[in-house]
Design a protein around this ligand. Structure first.
Ligand SMILES: [Fe+2]
Length: 233
């Protein structure tokens, strides 16, 4: 057989080898990127777990708030999904729901555990917790949206909330979502100074607050979810 007839040209062989090397390098870089992405997700999870440990330590000191963060997170997630938030925003709201009261770590225990009303000075200390919580998570660049939710979860749509007295849509949507879940859970939990309200009574209270202190659409959607659950949550 005449080799000149069947052998590909030298340039074609070189091109082919170069193409294979390029393809292999590209595949390798894709694997590196995937490894990096996985590592990044693991790191994020590790950071969340550490923060959650802090939040749990805080709740362990106060039997009246035990489980509060988990419930607020769960309801916030469902509400965010029902309001059609983007998947990333749903994740941010879920994590921020877990960590929303993290800043209470910086509030003296005598204030946190005081039965009955707080005096002005104590109330001023208590009202710092959204700022403290936002400061704790501020170094986490990937959680910048969560820091905003934590900072603003006590804002009220009529501007009567804290720390910044924001009105309506100026309050980040995630914070308006967490606020509804937070208020509902507070109302349906025993407190040192009052018994828990029934789910029905708590929903009736949310309705009176819709458009006044709480986001109207978020309250309507939340009530829809609760009714669909037979109020089980
Ligand atoms: Fe709070």
């Amino acid at each position: 057989m005449d080799a000149r007839v069947v052998a590909p040209p030298v340039a074609a062989v070189a091109d082919d080898a170069a193409h294979r090397r390029l393809t292999a390098a590209y595949q390798q870089s894709l694997r590196y990127a995937e490894d990096l992405r996985r590592l990044y997700v693991q790191l994020q999870r590790g950071v969340y777990q550490s923060l959650l440990g802090l939040a749990n330590a805080l709740e362990a000191k106060d039997p009246y708030t035990r489980g509060h963060s988990e419930r607020v997170s769960r309801w916030s997630r469902r509400l965010a999904v029902a309001l059609d938030l983007q998947p990333h925003a749903v994740e941010v709201v879920t994590q921020a729901g877990l960590l929303h009261d993290l800043g209470k770590i910086g509030v003296p225990e005598t204030v946190l555990r005081k039965p009955g009303g707080l005096d002005d000075a104590e109330w001023a200390l208590m009202k710092r917790h959204p700022l403290i919580g936002a400061e704790i998570v501020a170094p986490l660049e990937f959680f910048a949206g969560g820091a905003l939710v934590i900072r603003h979860h006590h804002e009220r749509v009529d501007g009567s909330g804290y720390p910044d007295g924001l009105h309506g849509d100026r309050i980040p949507l995630g914070a308006r979502v967490v606020a509804v879940a937070d208020v509902y859970d507070a109302l349906t939990s025993d407190r040192p100074y009052r018994r828990a309200l029934s789910p029905e009574a708590a929903l009736a209270h949310l309705m009176t607050e819709a458009g006044r202190t709480l986001d109207e659409a978020a309250v309507a959607t939340f009530i829809g979810l609760m009714r669909a659950d037979g109020l089980a949550g």
